[in-house]
Design a protein around this ligand. Structure first.
Ligand code: H79
Length: 688
């Protein structure tokens, strides 16, 4: 009953997250509108505007891009002068469209207007448009025509935020010279609607309207509803992203609210950890570190990584919107062209493993990713093996009978050897024909994919008995399967003890378990490793910031690591403060190492710690130093992610372990939050 309730509510939640249906429409209407988009999987984002002229540089600082008017604090009159210089004489719409086509992209999303307010088309609503430049050519028209000619879906990115229009509010906080006296936001909204009408009616059928800049206080759900209804009053087919509304969950981009409008979620510069069943989403990402052209940015991702991103996204059921920031002369940067060509060559051979596929049935594949399509016989799995490829790949827990496997690029479809090891099919790779970017195998199987993930357990620490209680969860305690297990680190087989009743084990725990159907192993081995600190009580010298500490101090030792989202609720966030935690192991235990996880997300002002100090004590009064590790706080520019700190110290018998994680205090000088409080986010401390 409990699982039933859980499953039902989870399902309802998913429906709320995913469908985001416009009140008056049916799911089938949305499915019709989304059909081409769901098949397309791959599109091109183009960020182009006046900001391409300074190319990221202002007064010696070259860290800017499409945000330059704000990040370099350029007064509006001075920024307007770029319009007099906008003359991209080398712009050829067809060249752009062909580059996208050759890369295997099915749609193009061009910035009709970015946050700076400059319009790339001939707008009746403003003179701050391309007609006031020496160029005087309607870029939207030329690109839309070229797209139509080459069977490419044309779409517009349109910013709600507008730093140019006098009626848009709020002003940037540094824009003290720009009066707001006669500013009227309602009038701005009318301007926005009029422009949306122009770009949706003057250039034939537009496939997506991609809103952005929705997060300022002046925009709200009611305004989103009004704009949405207005668009639908004259256009039922245009796909609208979720940034028309205000429920986007930061850069993760999904809308977790049942009222949220918009056809799909928009993760930005990130790929969700898993698929999101029932939800449509599109990760937009750059090839280097900027959206608009930045001449100094040479941090280009290799083409192999872009291909693997596309594969990763497709394997989770999403679309990939890959950005190009054209130069002021109207050409694409050569580094972008080169990457588009490499991706295109790969897509020519392997595109059928991407277009029109669905998310794969596996959760964690060590060697790559998987997409799938329904066939008459059953299911076609596309197995994407990342480089360097192992000699064999395993499909953990796949129960279906394999029909045939071959290399997708092999036109003769020579069958590859399929064996079965420990309950999972294994395919031997054609070593001489591997692709440096990503090798794609096809595997046809009978029926719908059924994956047995191995036994699943629930466990918790019982303070009274000082033991961990472990039981199978309902889903895997199927009557026809027998679970065998070991607790001494050895591999479990049907020669071992079967799991018949809940276990109570002393810490540390090392449980390995496996499913058998008769004499046959099914699926993978499940392993549960719990350190002596698991479930032990933690006290904090100072409480974490109330905003995000949903689960409290105990989440530091609960064995569940937060995802890379700081809003996940298991991370303890400290704003400007240090974390000082004392773990009580309940009795003296020989220990020698610490593992601690922290989050880095400098875009959200979350930095590496400044120092980690560990002290131990027998009585909780007198502590002695175990280790102290200093980080290089000057190297704060780091990719976002969950980091693990691990270090050892001389073995000692201790009951109390004090862990001090010190915060750098304030954001560094060349960070947008300069001088503001820096955050640290900590989860899962393991003492062993
Ligand atoms: O057009 C590109 C960027 O210029 C634009 N979106 C991509 C597609 C962009 N604008 N802002 N950002 C990217 C980063 C802004 C992040 C924040 Fe927020 C805005 C942090 C807080 C407000 C939105 C709302 C993201 C998190 C909460």
């Amino acid at each position: 009953m409990k699982t039933f309730i859980f499953k039902t509510s989870a399902l309802l939640l998913l429906l709320f997250i995913s469908l985001n249906l416009y009140p008056q429409e049916l799911k089938t209407d949305k499915d019709t509108r989304m059909a081409w988009w769901r098949d397309a999987r791959f599109g091109m984002f183009i960020h182009w505007g006046l900001y391409s002229i300074p190319a990221g540089e202002w007064k010696g600082d070259n860290s800017h891009a499409e945000w330059i008017r704000t990040t370099a604090q350029i007064p509006v009159d001075e920024y307007n002068k770029f319009a007099l210089k906008f003359n991209p004489v080398k712009f050829e719409a067809e060249t752009w469209v062909m580059a996208a086509r050759e890369a295997g992209m099915k749609y193009i999303v061009l910035t009709s207007k970015h946050h700076d307010g400059f319009c790339l088309w001939n707008s009746d609503q403003t003179d701050f448009d391309v007609m006031s430049t020496p160029f005087k050519r309607d870029i939207l028209k030329e690109l839309a025509d070229a797209c139509r000619k080459h069977n490419m879906h044309i779409c517009w990115y349109h910013s709600i935020m507008d730093w140019h229009h006098p009626d848009y509010l709020p002003r940037r906080d540094w824009e003290t010279g720009r009066t707001t006296d006669s500013a009227d936001f309602e009038r701005y909204v009318q301007y926005l609607k009029n422009q949306v009408h122009e770009i949706l009616t003057k250039y034939g059928e537009i496939s997506i309207l991609w809103f952005d800049g929705e997060w300022e206080s002046t925009w709200n759900h009611d305004r989103a509803v009004d704009l949405y209804n207005y668009i639908r009053s004259f256009n039922k087919n245009v796909i609208i992203n979720n940034r028309i509304d205000v429920f986007r969950d930061g850069m993760a981009g999904m809308s977790n609210n049942q009222q949220a409008l918009g056809d799909y979620g928009t993760p930005e510069q990130e790929i969700p950890d898993t698929g999101i069943p029932g939800a449509d989403w599109e990760s937009c990402m750059t090839m280097n570190d900027h959206w608009g052209f930045n001449a100094a940015d040479q941090n280009w991702k290799p083409a192999s990584q872009l291909i693997q991103n596309l594969v990763d996204i497709a394997s989770k059921g999403g679309n990939y919107l890959l950005n190009v920031g054209p130069k002021a002369d109207g050409t694409f940067p050569p580094e972008s062209i080169e990457r588009l060509k490499t991706i295109g060559n790969w897509m020519k051979e392997n595109g059928s493993s991407i277009y029109g596929t669905q998310a794969g049935p596996f959760e964690n594949l060590t060697w790559g990713r998987c997409t799938q399509k329904q066939t008459e016989q059953g299911t076609r799995l596309f197995l994407h093996v990342f480089s360097p490829a192992p000699p064999k790949i395993s499909l953990p827990g796949l129960m279906n009978e394999p029909i045939k496997a071959w290399l997708l690029s092999d036109t003769s479809q020579t069958a590859l050897t399929i064996t079965r090891k420990n309950g999972s099919p294994e395919i031997t790779l054609p070593v001489s024909r591997l692709d440096d970017n990503c090798t794609v195998l096809v595997l046809d199987i009978k029926g719908k994919p059924e994956v047995n993930k191995g036994p699943e357990f629930s466990y918790h620490y019982n303070v009274t008995s000082n033991k961990v209680e472990i039981d199978l969860t309902g889903a895997t305690s199927k009557p026809d399967l027998t679970v065998y297990y070991t607790t001494d680190g050895t591999q479990p087989t049907d020669k071992m003890e079967p799991f018949t009743k809940p276990l109570a084990l002393k810490l540390p725990v090392n449980l390995k378990a496996v499913n058998y159907l008769g004499k046959k192993q099914i699926g993978d081995i499940t392993e549960i490793n719990l350190p002596v600190s698991f479930g032990k009580s933690v006290s904090l010298a100072k409480e974490p910031a109330a905003k995000y500490s949903a689960q409290g101090a105990s989440s530091l030792t609960d064995g569940i690591l937060g995802s890379k989202k700081f809003t996940y609720g298991r991370w303890l966030g400290f704003e400007g403060d240090n974390m000082e935690a004392v773990i009580d192991l309940g009795g003296k235990i020989a220990i020698h190492s610490i593992t601690l996880n922290y989050l880095v997300n400098t875009g959200s002002w979350i930095f590496e710690p400044e120092r980690i100090i560990v002290e131990t004590s027998g009585d909780g009064k007198k502590y002695s130093a175990a280790l102290s590790k200093k980080f290089n706080t000057a190297l704060w520019k780091q990719p976002e992610g969950v980091r693990q700190f691990f270090d050892v110290f001389p073995e000692t018998n201790a009951r109390f372990v004090k862990v001090i994680v010190s915060n750098r205090g304030i954001c560094p000088d060349n960070h947008p939050g300069k001088g503001g409080k820096a955050w640290i986010f900590i989860d899962e401390i393991k003492v062993e």
